[in-house]
Write a protein that binds this ligand. Structure first.
Ligand SMILES: [Zn+2]
Length: 209
């Protein structure tokens, strides 16, 4: 390989490693988010709604805006990407389950979280194959695998094949797409029950199709 080619390869690799997003950095909306969330909370709008007969959670943009912060809406409903190193869960080592911020479906277990250095929370696998849907994403002149919530189609992030063992996969996920349920002594059962209940519901739905 010529020196020039080698440099080009290095440049490409660098671009790929930082590529959770191909978009320009977004200014933080956290202050606005806090105010928006307080307003939503006081409006007493149901945070989660029950899935329909097909097991999907479907809401209008206006309904999503009423229960999500501006950043959460932008990331989950507009396939946006939060600014690197800005997300709430990027460095969290807390033991528990990460759920979909839109519909509450358990998505990733903290036991599969690893330090990727990318600036976004990274996991080597979802809690189950049925928790997420993966689709080809050709945006921003890149070929990537988009990761979506299987129940409400929320955009979560992207999956790459440079992760650690045992899967070799890296699920690069926006903190804004996630909620966290701790698994300490008092809430362990609740988290496990929530996961179990949700998985059973999905099994029922799949069996009924
Ligand atoms: Zn969801």
């Amino acid at each position: 390989m010529s020196a020039r080619l080698f440099c080009y390869a290095l440049l490409l690799l660098g671009l790929q490693l930082q590529a959770c997003s191909g978009e320009p950095p977004q200014e933080s909306m956290r202050a606005d988010d806090t105010a928006a969330r307080a307003m939503h909370d006081s409006a007493n709008i149901s945070r989660y709604v029950a899935p329909n007969a097909e097991g999907k959670v479907v809401r209008s943009d206006d309904e999503w805006r009423a229960v999500l912060t501006e950043e959460q809406f932008y990331v989950t409903r507009r396939a946006g990407t939060e600014r690197a190193f800005s997300g709430e869960y990027r460095d969290s080592k807390a033991d528990g389950v990460y759920t979909c911020v839109c519909c509450g479906l358990p998505l990733f277990d903290s036991r599969t979280k690893f330090k990727s250095g990318t600036g976004w929370p990274s996991y080597y696998e979802p809690v189950s194959d049925s928790a997420v849907v993966e689709e080809a994403d050709y945006s921003f002149s890149m070929i990537r695998t988009e990761v979506l919530c299987s129940r409400c189609d929320a955009h979560l992030g992207h999956m790459f094949t440079d992760g650690p063992e045992p899967t070799g996969l890296r699920y690069c996920i926006n903190s804004a797409s996630l909620d966290f349920v701790a698994r300490d002594a008092t809430t362990k059962q609740a988290a496990d029950n929530a996961m179990q209940h949700s998985m059973e519901k999905m099994d029922d739905t799949e069996a009924g199709q």
